[in-house]
Design a protein around this ligand. Structure first.
Ligand code: IVH
Length: 739
């Protein structure tokens, strides 16, 4: 059980059921992401997002300790896979609590001094880079390598002896280099297996040449290389090891097995730094960057140093681990059920890297909107290779004054979406020129148009090939008809081959077997799978069809409102502007947009061809009950029930979305860098919230993107409705609260 240090505010609290529910939900999500990360080596959220979940959970657990059960917090990580035999660790492999700022480190120090009754200025800390690899335990018996296991969930790991043995003689000793007298009967050393960045890049080059799957980052490639059924594959990869902890040590004389963390009494050392010296003397690799400091100020300097020097290393680090050096103090501090109190991981803030801006191209969207895109020299940031970053619009390029040939600072907004922070002016080539927005569409050559007072530029030629492709891509996208395997590349191929020119052509593709077979022979298509997904898309509920049609001003929220209110396309098409505008959440703009859309003969023709092809035009069908959203539906609990994520920015596909915005209305204005308006609205709805088109006194928050609507912002100000930016919106989606 977690100790109640703070005074448990949850006792007798009527909210405790809801909080317990949220704790359980966070546990479920964390367990899911642990499994993806540790067992499958295929994480679906960024480390920063994962950290947010764990932070929220620790905050809840520390505010409401009575709601924490040891079962809930003991196992951290992933249960072992079926690929390897399970091994129960004799001494649990704990994880670490995290700090994200100096304040959080200071709070940790306060806790230490309270528990130790010691002057914190005199406490010695061992500062170690936190290696971004995977934790393993390696055992030497009578000085010889004998077994190795992964961390697993901290209690049970996987037996990877055969794989780790391939590192012996390379990055691990086969035998400890100690004299007979000093050689322990048993030494269990813990550390991190990692792949150097240079080795990761070389491996990916080879994978690419062999047309094999690329690894996302060095951690993944280390995990993927280690967790191989065939150890000869592990042997062919460059894996290294940094030792960071003595797990168990049984000296030749004291043959007693220990079932707890080693303490001063069990070990022949009085401090952690001595144990590291011992490991080094035993021939084990110990990171030379490790430093012993006195007091937290110096420890913080060490953290700061690595914020700006992490790239000097040929391996990835994601933080700094601070450990109280003296084992007697460690012993007094003890541990909670998942982490020692004597250590903390200081997480480094999002990475910024510099790279060359090779070109600025302009892409044309389905509505004809022309968006400038920065093409970058590939750069590795926060676990993936970045090649492009959006520049949003003409004004944004001018504002940042980024030019082709510039060296630019790039980071991932919210640790996910790449963005250009600024150019490095000192490195600007002398002959560089400000970038000019093109006057003609790069796809069809027609003139581009920018209206007075607007920030966006458009290609107004509806027959523009780029727009055609994007309209089909939008039609097939996840929140719309969800046709798997029909992304931009595939659509461009189909359009270029003359097989489709518009959305209705998708449903007659099967009538072109000869042409499809030719594409399949070129390896461009798996025809049967594509035809199957197109067929499946015919049975989507009406709101998806409405999203897919791209009716002006109708996003996911509007489509749902309309589909729920009218039930069928037929009834919706007959509705008048007044009837539509009378619906709660449908303003005059949407109402007239809908009426105008359905009155256009060309649109009527498209609809009748879709109906002819057998596309469903009703919202509900016999098979579509609540929750049918996973397979074909949207990420929404249409009846207000728990929804499962599809294309959610935070929650992995198929996972339940916590209903943290229930009854709250969140309005979005302007353009967000990382999400389309539809995705933003879908994310709000999926959490049980509403996203109407205007601000009222009932609005919980107004999310303000770039180029926001001035009326909404003014209204929010007038009514005292809180506003937030995109980062705040992500926090809101994660926690249900504004930052
Ligand atoms: S000490 C009881 N030291 O971080 C202390 N861990 O979040 C256990 N890690 O599972 C860990 N570098 O995979 C420690 N110098 C270091 C580390 C380190 C990386 C990883 C390790 C562990 C995770 C904890």
């Amino acid at each position: 059980m977690v100790e109640d240090l703070s005074g448990d505010s949850s006792k007798g609290d009527t909210n405790s059921e809801a909080i317990a529910g949220e704790i359980a939900e966070l546990q479920r999500q964390i367990a899911y992401h642990d499994d993806r990360y540790f067992r499958l080596d295929d994480p679906v959220i960024s480390d920063a997002e994962y950290d947010e979940l764990t932070r929220r959970l620790s905050a809840l657990l520390s505010d409401h300790p009575s709601l924490a059960t040891s079962a809930q917090i003991e196992a951290v990580g992933a249960a072992p896979s079926e690929l390897f035999a399970p091994v129960r660790h004799r001494v649990a492999m704990m994880s670490l609590d995290k700090a994200f700022s100096y304040e959080e480190l200071a709070a940790w120090r306060e806790r230490l001094s309270r528990l130790l009754d010691e002057d914190p200025a005199s406490v010695r800390f061992v500062c170690e880079p936190k290696i971004d690899g995977l934790a393993v335990s390696v055992t030497y018996r009578e000085g010889a390598f004998s077994e190795a296991s992964t961390r697993g969930d901290g209690i049970t790991g996987e037996d990877v002896t055969a794989n780790v043995q391939t590192l012996c003689g390379r990055s691990l000793p086969k035998r400890l280099t100690l004299g007979k007298e000093e050689t322990p009967a048993l030494l269990e050393v813990r550390g991190e297996i990692y792949m150097p960045i240079s080795a990761f890049e070389a491996l990916n080059r080879r994978q690419g040449e062999a047309r094999e799957k690329l690894f996302a980052n060095p951690r993944n490639s280390a995990a993927g290389s280690l967790r191989q059924k065939d150890p000869t594959i592990t042997a062919s990869r460059e894996l290294r090891f940094w030792s960071y902890q003595v797990g168990e040590l049984i000296q030749a004389k004291v043959k007693a097995s220990l079932l707890r963390l080693p303490t001063q009494e069990d070990l022949p050392f009085s401090c952690h730094s001595e144990s590291l010296k011992f490991l080094l003397a035993a021939g084990l690799p110990v990171n030379p960057e490790i430093k012993v400091v006195t007091g937290l100020e110096e420890a913080f300097e060490y953290c700061k140093y690595w914020e700006s020097h992490r790239h000097d290393l040929d391996y990835e680090i994601d933080g700094v681990v601070l450990k109280v050096d003296e084992l007697s103090l460690q012993r007094r501090l003890g541990a909670t059920s998942h982490a020692p109190r004597w250590a903390i991981a200081y997480k480094l803030p999002p990475e910024e890297r510099t790279t060359k801006l090779v070109a600025i191209t302009v892409s044309i969207g389905r509505t004809g909107k022309a968006t400038p895109l920065a093409e970058l020299e590939p750069v590795h940031i926060a676990g993936s290779t970045v090649r492009f970053a959006t520049l949003h619009n003409e004004d944004q390029v001018a504002l940042k004054d980024v030019r082709v040939g510039d060296t630019v600072v790039v980071r991932k907004a919210g640790d996910v979406i790449p963005e250009i922070v600024r150019p490095v002016l000192e490195l600007r080539p002398k002959d560089s020129e400000p970038w000019r927005f093109p006057t003609n569409c790069p796809s069809c050559g027609e003139p581009l148009m920018r209206l007075e007072g607007e920030s966006d530029t458009y290609c107004t030629n509806v027959n523009c090939p780029a727009q055609r492709v994007q309209r089909i891509v939008h039609f097939a996208s996840r929140p719309a008809m969800d046709i798997e395997g029909l992304g931009e590349q595939r659509v461009s191929q189909l359009v270029a081959a003359g097989l489709v020119a518009n959305i209705t052509d998708l449903y007659s593709l099967e009538k072109l077997p000869g042409k499809l077979a030719a594409m399949e022979r070129l390896g461009e298509l798996s025809v049967s799978n594509l035809l199957k997904s197109i067929e499946a898309s015919k049975d989507r509920p009406l709101h998806r069809l409405l999203v897919a049609l791209g009716i002006p001003h109708v996003g996911v929220t509007g489509a749902l409102l309309l589909a729920r209110a009218f039930g069928s396309l037929d009834r919706l098409m007959k509705a008048s502007t007044e009837e539509l505008a009378a619906l709660d959440g449908v303003g005059p703009k949407i109402a007239s947009g809908v009426v105008e859309f359905f009155s256009l003969p060309s649109n009527k023709q498209v609809l009748s061809r879709l109906i002819e092809a057998g596309v469903r035009t009703e919202e509900s069908s016999a098979s579509a009950g609540p929750g049918s959203g996973v397979a074909g539906g949207l990420a929404l609990g249409l009846d207000g029930s728990q929804s499962l994520a599809v294309g959610d920015p935070i929650v992995a596909a198929g996972e339940p979305v916590p209903q943290i915005l229930k009854g709250r209305s969140v309005v979005v204005t302007g353009t967000l860098a990382g999400l389309t308006r539809q995705q933003a609205e879908a994310a709000i709805l999926a959490r049980g919230g509403k996203s109407p088109g205007s601000v009222s006194k009932r609005t919980f928050a107004l999310v303000v993107g770039s180029e926001p609507g001035s009326t909404k912002v003014a209204k929010a100000e007038e009514l005292g409705v809180p506003t937030t930016d995109e980062a705040g919106f992500m926090t809101l989606l994660k926690t249900g609260e504004l930052p």
